[in-house]
Design a protein around this ligand. Structure first.
Ligand code: NAD
Ligand code: UDP
Length: 337
């Protein structure tokens, strides 16, 4: 297939680019590098041995995007472009609503104009309401998001649902749980901007000596060790779900939604311990107070993705920690030379 990937220079997009290229698909990427660097695409080319077509364009620029879709004539678009920092979205909600909603509006309008009929969208477990009891199934109540970032994801899902029905665009929405790890080569990985918000990037910076200790946000939850549980999934397993989704929209009409996680809860302290074992590093931590808005337990019911998409995870927590550490050791300054 000929697949156009928005946000393809980012953390998840670059891993998707590798998975799709390795599977024999032709990829073109649209990214404005607002949260990434072109070097990530050079690294994807190094891993795959293939040239990747790059369009340095803002997805909200509809005219430009329409021209690109017209020239590329993709069989399918995978839409990963978006801003993703929960904390920044609270401080700058307008920036988040403007960028994220507009990328989707602009993309759908351009797809309409150029007659592109297949779409895969990057959504998030953040769309599930806080009161659901895990494992989360796709049909559980949604909305009541905890922050503007979450709302942008839920609003984009709503827009997509209405539009693709009317335009008859075959669509898969993937709701990611907690992607972590990196490609085995250590050439591509996650590059947080400034102080990391997420657990694994913070652990990595404690491991390489940049931060003195991790603060565990609360150990008084109603879980076996008192810390919150999440559903960490290796970014390459997540990338491979996009391969299955692209194949699925090629053969199936309509709109379908899938959870993409491992379906196995892992607590903060369990992840710390797994990382220590995989990296042979000691992670100093202190117990702090709860983080505002944190939900105790989030993990997926992944049976629909397994049964309908025929997708499975192949990598566990140990591999996530090893691969994340390998990336960090080889790239202490991220993609910077
Ligand atoms: P990322 O920031 O690493 O990648 C996003 C990419 O989109 C970046 O390369 C950025 O430059 C690009 N981009 C943003 N706005 C753009 C625009 N207007 N035009 C062109 N390019 C633009 O983030 P990621 O972790 O790779 O996330 C990818 C997608 O997955 C996002 O939509 C995010 O909301 C979603 N998601 C991520 C996670 C996670 O934990 N990382 C979890 C659930 C969902
Ligand atoms: N967490 C923590 N210390 C940190 C960062 C995160 O204890 O410095 C905890 C956080 O409270 C949550 C879990 O790690 O319980 C995962 O947090 P992350 O932000 O990575 O994912 P999310 O909560 O958005 O699913």
């Amino acid at each position: 297939m000929n697949i156009l990937l928005t946000g393809g220079a980012g953390y998840i997009g670059s891993h998707i680019a590798v998975a799709l290229t390795d599977a024999g698909h032709r990829i073109s990427i649209v990214d404005n590098f607002v949260n990434s660097v072109p070097e990530a695409i050079v690294r994807v080319e190094k891993i795959t041995g293939k040239n990747i077509v790059l369009h340095k364009t803002d997805v909200t620029d509809r005219e430009d995007l329409t021209r690109i879709l017209h020239d590329e004539k993709p069989d399918c678009v995978i839409h990963c472009a978006g801003l993703k920092s929960v904390g920044e979205s609270v401080k700058k909600p307008l920036k988040y609503y403007r960028n994220n909603i507009n990328t989707t509006l602009s993309l759908l309008e351009s797809m309409k104009e150029t007659g592109i009929e297949r779409l895969v969208f990057s959504s998030s477990a953040t769309v599930y309401g806080e009161d659901n009891i895990p494992p989360f199934t796709e049909t559980m109540p949604k909305g009541r998001c905890a922050n503007p970032y979450g709302w942008t994801k839920w609003m984009q899902e709503q827009i997509i649902e209405d539009v693709v029905k009317q335009l008859k665009i075959s669509t898969v929405i993937l709701r990611y749980f907690n992607p972590t790890g990196a490609h085995k080569s250590g050439l591509i990985g996650e590059e947080p901007n400034g102080l990391p918000n997420n657990l694994m990037p913070y652990i990595l910076q404690v491991a390489d000596g940049r931060r003195e200790h991790l603060t565990v946000f609360g150990d008084d939850y109603n879980t076996p060790d008192g810390t919150c549980r999440r559903d960490y999934i290796h970014v390459m397993d997540l990338a491979e779900a996009h391969l299955k989704a692209a194949e699925y929209v090629e053969k199936n009409k309509g709109l379908d939604v899938f959870n993409i996680g491992r379906g196995i809860p892992c607590s903060v302290l369990e992840l710390v311990k797994a990382f220590e074992e995989a990296s042979e590093q000691t992670i100093k931590y202190e117990i702090g107070s709860r983080r505002d808005g944190d939900v105790q337990d989030i993990w997926a019911d992944t049976s629909k993705a397994e049964e309908v998409l025929g997708w499975q995870v192949h990598r566990g927590i140990n591999e996530m920690c090893q691969d994340a550490w390998n990336w960090q050791k080889k790239n202490p300054a991220g993609y910077a030379k």
